[in-house]
Design a protein around this ligand. Structure first.
Ligand code: PXP
Length: 253
């Protein structure tokens, strides 16, 4: 079987979650730690292929300056996760990240399992994807493995999709339900590839479940955050990233 390099995008949001738990107020001269940019630089040294960060509308973890610093200080491609809103599109157009992953942030934007409702927002998605692609960003849509959503991801002009693996992670302990979810992810990946979309995946992945996902074909990149940030507390950032990269070398499809 052909050996493909599966890329790892390290999501640094939860480094900022810890920082914001203490340093919500900005006090001049105070060093607010931990620094998500420092974490990203360590991930880069360990061999990560990209950095992902979500600028939420409520700014609960990453702040605008964090995102600007990631773009400025880290050499790896930056994948900006954001909602499909006028405010966030304006921010992204000024930032010009390498990639934008549009994600749902409120109930109305979410499909049954939790991904973006592409069909329901096809008009505004189509318009914003054109604008984001015009500044050189690849556009990805975070969606469930639902064939209609995948079909519309292509129709609205996305380059990539990121298949939501949250349900796979939640039902992981139940073999029957895990197999059912993997079947949907496999079918989704086949269909997306047929439509000419690149396939990423993410949410809820960690060192104990990630290898079971490797039955999914056409995977290009995994975006992993919480488990790498958590694991880094025990083994350090570089080792946490390297552990995941070693497992990901087993991907063959
Ligand atoms: N991909 C997307 C689109 C996400 O929103 C998140 C969570 O921020 C992740 C991947 C990473 O999920 P986790 O932190 O569970 O690894």
């Amino acid at each position: 079987m052909k050996k493909m390099k599966l890329r790892l995008g390290v999501n640094v949001d939860h480094v900022a979650t810890v920082r914001q738990a203490r340093y919500r107020e900005k006090v001049p001269g105070m060093i607010a730690e931990p620094d998500p940019v420092g974490f990203a630089l360590e991930a880069q040294k360990a061999g990560a292929h990209g950095i992902t960060a979500h600028l939420r509308e409520d700014r609960r973890h990453m702040q605008e300056e964090d995102i600007r610093r990631l773009k400025r200080e880290v050499a790896l491609p930056l994948n900006l996760e954001m909602a499909n809103t006028a405010e966030m599109v304006k921010f992204a157009l000024a930032l010009k990240p390498d990639a934008v992953c549009l994600v749902p942030e409120n109930r109305q934007e979410v499909t049954t399992e939790g991904g973006l409702d592409v069909f329901g927002h096809r008009i505004s998605l189509q318009k914003n994807i054109v604008r984001l692609r015009d500044v050189g960003a690849k556009v990805s849509l975070f969606i469930d493995p639902d064939l209609k959503q995948i079909e519309f991801a292509k129709k609205v002009g996305a380059d990539w999709i990121e298949l939501h693996t949250g349900k796979f992670a939640v039902v992981y302990q139940n073999k029957r339900r895990r197999a059912e979810e993997l079947k949907r992810l496999i079918e989704g990946a086949h269909f997306a590839n047929k439509m000419g979309l690149k396939v990423n995946a993410g949410h809820g992945l960690h060192v104990r479940n990630v290898c079971d996902l490797f039955v999914m074909p056409f995977l290009y990149e995994l975006n992993i955050g919480h488990s790498i940030v958590s694991r880094a507390l025990w083994v350090g950032v570089r080792n946490a990233v390297k552990e995941m990269l070693v497992l990901m070398k087993e991907y063959r499809l």
